[in-house]
Design a protein around this ligand. Sequence first.
Ligand code: NAD
Length: 475
Amino acid sequence: MREYDLLVDGETLSRSETATVRDPSSNQPVASIALADESDVASAVAAADSAFEEWRTVDPVTRGHHLRDVADELRARKTEIAERHTEETGRSLSDSARSVEYAAEYFEYYAGLTHRITGETVPLSHEEFDYTRREPLGVTGHIIPWNSPLLLGSRSIAPALACGNTVVAKPAQLAPMAVHELGRAASDAGLPDGVLNIVSGRGSTAGEALVTNDRISELTFTGSKAVGLHIRESVSDRLIPLNLELGGKSPNIVFADADQEAAAEGAVKLFNNAGQSCYAGTRLFVADGIYDEFIDRVVSRVEAMNVQRDPNETDVSALISPSAQSEVASYVDSAREAGGSISAGGRIPFEEGNFYEPTVIEDVPDDAAVSCEEIFGPVLTVYRFDSEREVVERANDTEYGLYAGVWTSDLDRANRIADHLEAGTVTVNNYASPIPQVPFPAYKQSGIGSEYATAALHHYTKVKNVRMSVDRTLR
Ligand code: NAD
């Protein structure tokens, strides 16, 4: 059993209250993790607050060097961190190594932007001069989910630090190790004490304590809509910027003129990380003219997927917990009851671990639970459509609006559909994953605020306007 302590002000703090982290592919214990209580969180925020006084004055180029050093340290420890990431998420080592690489890329990307956090000069009269600066906010709180903990932690921590803020991060209880490894890597890379603090713990204690701490100046939460709404309520008496990165039920639309091979590959991307991705294309809409042929392509790909206990051998990894597995199973049962036909999968393949077969469901009504609610598992529901107007209406008929895919060889059509889809990102002819250099906005109930790209630099800073009288008379 590995042990992870809290990281507060550069010190590791063990705690008598701990939780066990389990490997999702076996449910065997892999680590014991310290659980922070309210006073630990308060200490972490106080440490971050003190560290802010110094960190905010570090010049942008030096700040950039610090972030680049973190990226280098993550890469130097890639194998070790990937092993921890695999143990806690059940994903393959190669997938985990990619997560470490992506995390390093976030630090590197924002390292390159520290000197681009600029203000503007505003022309006024001859006697007045006006300029703006982008100033850091202070202590930023980051609440991180389990589904891709290192990448999702890094995507908000890196820009927050780049802007001169300090950080208190709370990883999810189910998968906290990789975020702790990030904390260790950052400390060893020379990030000053107190600039990045990690307080693992329960949502109901450590999470609540972070949200309600009135010394935090910003909060970034990635997780479920239910908790996101609760957090918005909890901070409603304070005017702090919020990033809420919530769920999705994204449509993936295949027109008759699409490259079917490419679109089928794009459709089965849903099964990466066992469907536990906020932006996954969970609702597949297929044009009537190619429906049967296209579904055959998808189903044959899914049937060729091998579910095995070994995370490095399986094509579809385990779900995070036994309760996530039973939730997926009950969604599939509800689809059967709603008249859906299971074209592939639909079963728990074996007793050990939290695996579920990659599943394709056809003929479910648009208002069935599997069509409307985020399943967060390896379940693809498929729908037949006739016209652009019809498919746009049905694709938009969801409370979420995070991502969408369109497959067509007609550029005009791609732009028309993108124009009408209510989604923060529309991908055309490639269900591409989010990357640091493009924004990842959310529509509707998928969130507020903005991660990624230069939008994050605006989120993690506030504008100060300086307006001064100028005496231009020579003496
Ligand atoms: P969750 O909401 O249960 O937990 C997320 C985090 O919030 C965890 O760290 C948890 O401990 C903490 N938390 C729980 N209750 C809290 C409270 N009362 N106060 C403060 N913190 C609290 O979500 P999850 O199950 O870990 O993650 C899955 C969800 O995350 C899905 O809905 C998925 O779509 C969403 N997600 C969204 C994005 C995005 O970028 N939009 C990315 C990944 C995951």
